[in-house]
Design a protein around this ligand. Structure first.
Ligand SMILES: [Zn+2]
Length: 252
């Protein structure tokens, strides 16, 4: 056995882990080699020193308790199951949110505003009234005839202005439906142009300024006055329709 070989197996020799043949070879080498024998003696001394009680200190019971207490919160924390949701639940929640958005939120967002719906109602009612036989329920140029006709048919009494002196002839009145309720429709004529003036009780107590709109070739005006909402619509030009609205406001 050569020295390098001996020093490689020395630790195993010290621990008695070599087979008998190898052990004898090492013992023979140590007897004839001073250098390896010194290393062997040093390792033996180190092992016996480590095994002696002088390098061991028993931790005080109190220290052990303190360390365990200090470590407990971290241990508990690390032992708690993490509130981590499976990926499929996350994906399902995201999908559910999209569906909820589509079902509940989008219809609300895309729903026309009340003002928009009223404007649509007014245009529809005006066009319907222009169909044969739909213009008036009470054909009369007399506001003294038209105004009483609504009594008992509506839960309010619409003001009916006589604007004949200003060139707006009363044609008559009828019941119609707009703004989610029955409304009074007063029909006026200026030359060849018909005007529908819709009147219904206002949901708002405020007097709102005039609002103008134009749809499907018709001019529209909206205003609130004296606890009633008014909407005028006609194929009259905007200036003449505004003149009509100003006259109605002045007389109501
Ligand atoms: Zn040697």
């Amino acid at each position: 056995m050569i020295c390098s070989e001996c020093r490689t197996v020395l630790p195993a020799f010290l621990d008695g882990e070599l087979d008998v043949v190898r052990q004898v070879e090492v013992e023979d080498h140590l007897r004839t080699c001073d250098a390896c024998s010194r290393i062997h003696q040093a390792q033996l001394a180190l092992r016996s020193t480590l095994k002696s009680g002088e390098l061991y200190f028993r931790a005080p019971v109190d220290l052990e308790r303190k360390i365990r207490m200090a470590a407990q919160p971290a241990e508990r924390k690390s032992m708690l199951p993490r509130p981590r949701m499976p990926a499929w639940i996350g994906a399902s929640l995201a999908a559910a949110a999209v569906v909820a958005l589509a079902i509940f939120v989008w219809p609300v967002l895309s729903r026309p505003s009340r003002t928009e719906r009223i404007a649509q109602d007014v245009v529809s009612a005006h066009i319907r009234s222009l169909m044969p036989g739909h213009l008036t329920d009470v054909p009369s140029s007399e506001h003294h005839t038209v105004k009483p006709w609504f009594a008992g048919k509506l839960d309010f009494s619409p003001p009916v202005a006589d604007l004949s002196a200003e060139g707006f002839q009363l044609v008559g009145g009828r019941l119609d439906y707009a703004a989610d309720r029955p409304v009074a429709a007063l029909v006026y004529r200026k030359g060849e142009h018909l005007i529908n003036l819709f009147v219904w009780p206002s949901a708002s107590k405020r007097q709102s300024p005039e609002a103008a709109d134009a749809r499907q070739g018709y001019n529209l005006l909206f205003w609130t006055r004296g606890q009633a909402d008014f909407s005028a619509i006609s194929d009259l030009n905007a200036a003449e329709l505004k003149q009509f609205a100003d006259l109605v406001r002045a007389r109501t």
